[in-house]
Design a protein around this ligand. Structure first.
Ligand code: ADP
Length: 270
């Protein structure tokens, strides 16, 4: 919650009067700070892949006689440019989300569709990593919001769960409604997150193990996108974790209750 910053300004008006102006700077100031930090972070983070691409292309130039080295440098160039592409796309997503406090035109979204899409997008990476992926619940649960944005948020959680799990581990995605709240939980049996890092993982560009995450292509923006999407939907995201045991990320959203006529006529959407 932003605290209120009320600024009172005095301006002389002729010789006898003073004009007092009260301005509410809360929102403007908060957005300004967010924007400033964000740009500082971006410039810093973009320097790494851009610098690497520069160095690698120079190295490539001097390695022309050695096909093995050319191959190696070319492959690293491709990795760095993919990372740069992903980072740019995520930065754009995140700046859009941060610019809006709430959704402009929320629509009725079926959660089973959201979850199915997010799970489907992760089938190949799960198979490649040897991680089992299962899905439970979600039928007849709806929320108001933006379907594509919700798919991205759930996708990011599942993708992380797979990414930070060893071969043979299992990732479970569960959806349930408790009264007027919907819960989407993504549980893994992966590396876990230390207590001191648990709040920080939602910060932009934060990675628990910088070296390892950089190596595995992370950008540190995924969870920040999740947090902002969920906040724009009037919900919250929490993490429970035990180091070396695994983590559960839970998204809670206000439930859109099914119109009563749908229930009474037996045409409730499934
Ligand atoms: P990244 O692109 O690095 O995965 P995220 O914002 O998605 O960025 O996550 C931030 C950091 O939080 C990750 O670098 C990782 O250290 C940690 N993290 C996220 N999800 C998990 C998870 N399921 N298990 C363990 N650590 C995680």
């Amino acid at each position: 919650e932003a605290t209120r910053h009320l600024r009172v300004r005095a301006a002389p008006l002729g010789s006898r009067f003073i004009l007092l102006l009260a301005e509410d700077h809360t929102e403007a100031r908060r957005l300004d700070e967010v924007r400033r930090d964000f740009i500082a972070n971006i410039s810093h983070e973009l320097k790494t892949p851009i610098g690497a691409i520069g160095l690698l292309s120079e190295a490539l130039d001097t390695a022309a006689d050695d096909p093995e080295r050319v191959k190696r440098f070319a492959s690293r160039l491709s990795t760095e440019s993919q990372r740069l592409t992903r980072m740019t796309a995520e930065i754009i997503d995140l700046s859009r989300l941060q610019a809006a406090d709430a959704l402009h035109q929320p629509e009725l979204v079926r959660l089973d569709r959201v979850i199915a899409a997010a799970v489907d997008q992760n089938r190949v990476p799960a198979e490649a990593t040897g991680v089992g992926l299962s899905l439970k619940g979600g039928k007849n649960i709806e929320v108001y919001g933006d379907e594509a944005m919700l798919v991205v948020a759930v996708h990011n959680l599942i993708s992380n769960a797979i990414h930070y799990s060893p071969t043979g581990a299992h990732v479970g995605v569960g959806v349930r409604a408790v009264d007027d709240v919907v819960e989407i939980a993504v549980t893994d049996q992966g590396v876990g997150i230390a207590e001191e890092d648990r709040d920080r993982v939602f910060e932009r560009f934060f990675r628990v193990d910088q070296a390892r995450s950089r190596h595995t292509g992370g950008t540190g923006l995924g969870l920040s996108i999740v947090k902002h999407t969920v906040q724009n939907h009037g919900g919250e995201v929490k993490v429970w974790s035990q180091l070396g045991r695994g983590s559960t990320f839970t998204i809670r959203l206000p439930r859109a209750t099914t119109p009563p006529e749908d229930l009474s006529t037996g045409t409730a959407r499934s």
